[in-house]
Design a protein around this ligand. Structure first.
Ligand SMILES: [Fe+2]
Length: 152
């Protein structure tokens, strides 16, 4: 069963950011399925978690690059929030490497809650600004998704 389905509340209207957020949500769903039923999962919880960490780091860096490009006024606060999460990930990876923790529901809840809430709140706040700053237009599709096209 899918843990959390993508819906229009996730849409920021920023094509590159939305596709990375979708990938994060897909990975969260795959990790949930692997924890629930390891035997029927294509990938191990370790591999999925590893991918989630690498992908999250790449994604946070891309978002921050976008803040710089558009000179987002709240970028310092947003970057500090990212940094805190990077540190929790690192801390967790160290504990995992030293066998001080395991991949369980508690870990899953922490990671998925952080990512989902972050996308739905903090990233949406940033997206309002970035959408204005980008020289692009948006079209609302029948399914509620936003499609972005460059103006030039
Ligand atoms: Fe963010």
């Amino acid at each position: 069963m899918t843990y959390r389905k993508w819906d229009e509340d996730f849409e920021t209207g920023l094509t590159n950011i939305d596709s990375q957020h979708r990938e994060l949500l897909d990975t969260i769903n795959a990790l949930h399925a692997a924890i629930e039923d390891p035997a029927s999962s294509e990938y191990s919880t370790e591999n999925l978690l590893n991918f989630l960490f690498i992908y999250t780091n790449m994604h946070l860096n891309d978002e921050e690059e976008e803040f710089e490009k558009t000179d987002y006024p709240d970028k310092d606060r947003h970057k500090a929030i990212h940094q805190e999460f990077r540190e929790s990930i690192e801390d967790f990876q160290n504990k995992l490497a030293n066998d001080e923790t395991e991949i369980n529901h508690y870990v899953f809840d922490y990671l998925s809650d952080w990512l989902i809430n972050h996308i739905l709140q903090i990233d949406q706040e940033a997206a309002v600004y970035i959408r204005k700053a980008r020289d692009t237009s948006w079209e609302v599709q029948k399914d509620g998704t936003l499609v972005e096209t460059p103006n030039h």
